[in-house]
Design a binder for this molecule. Sequence first.
Ligand code: V1P
Ligand code: CA
Ligand code: ZN
Length: 370
Amino acid sequence: MTTKKVAYCFAPDASSYQLSETHPMVPERVNMTHELVQNYRMFPRMTIIKPHPATEEQLKRVHLPGYIDYLKKVSPIATLGLGDLYPCLQADDCPMFTGVYDYSASIVGASIACANRINHGRSNVCINWAGGMHHAKRRVASGFCYANDIAAAILELLMCHRRVMYVDIDLHHGDGVEEYFYNTNRVMTLSFHRFGNNFFPGTGAIKNSGVGPGKDYAINVPLQKGIDDDQYIYLFKNILNKAMERFQPEALVMQMGADSVVGDLLGDFNLTNKGHASCLENALSYNLPTIVLGGGGYSVKNVARTWTLETATILGLELDNQLPTNSYFGHLPEDSTLYIPPVKMSNSNTNKSIRKVLRKVTEILDRTEI
Ligand code: V1P
Ligand code: CA
Ligand code: ZN
């Protein structure tokens, strides 16, 4: 069991929207997680926070005012079929939908609430599973992300912390967050992601490591399909350890996108949820004030399994593999367990390629000075 003070931010309104009837991003997965966390009886061990939506002013700290005004304007008229007139939303990935402004404000408000708890020393770890929208850009929505709650939370943390470390284990490159802090040495961004053959969003090569004072403070770890727990955890521990040693951050933000777990609808990694959670456990062992956010994840039951396991990891609890009774999982045998095993699949990462990535990333980190 942990001695850390843990807060769990939950904005029920953020998970009640649908991007479209067939969209792979299903906000309901946060409710599924919530119910499992509740039924595993974890709530008495954390402070439960009901956050306020972000204000317009807070949203405009990370987005162009015109973009936020536009989100607000399209919000109630999303059904009029005016898609082509709106260049800031990308039709398939980021459709407009009724309530898109309130949905975005709820998510950003929850991540800002996490940062405020950390800034005031009221919590050591603060969770927002609805957050982690790492692709949203200052003037445009991208990759299912409309407003960048991560950048908003990091800006808040920077008011009280000299250096903030951002770690992103979503399957995809954390391009939006990287872009916000590309030219500063007060935020180190570290993203592990699937890379190559135009895999979305296409950015995140090792050599793109920041500019100006931020040169060498944007760390990218490109990976190929089929990576397994051993390879991923080896890279994660070694790179994070080196980054912590060089950067000496005062606060940590973890983006825990669960699309890097095996069996994801949009992904092809072979990580188990135990492997995914062990990365979080390793990051928490640095005992920094930490915000833990969600992100991608498109096989929704696996997302709920993973974030439930990770809530327990934060609390230092071991969970029974048998899922508690709940309203989302059925009675089939494959629906009854928490842990997700690896599968037999081809792995395009060789141990040699993994060591090469580690060597190249270490070379960049060795150039950083604080
Ligand atoms: O590949 C693309 C774009 C659309 N083409 C013009 C290129 N988009 C991806 C977006 C993935 C977003 C991931 C978000 C996150 O990192 C954080 C929340 O997890 C995409 C994909 C894909 N397989 O990469 N969009 C879709 N699939 C999609 C599928 C069905 C309906 C709508 C979008
Ligand atoms: Ca990532
Ligand atoms: Zn993703």
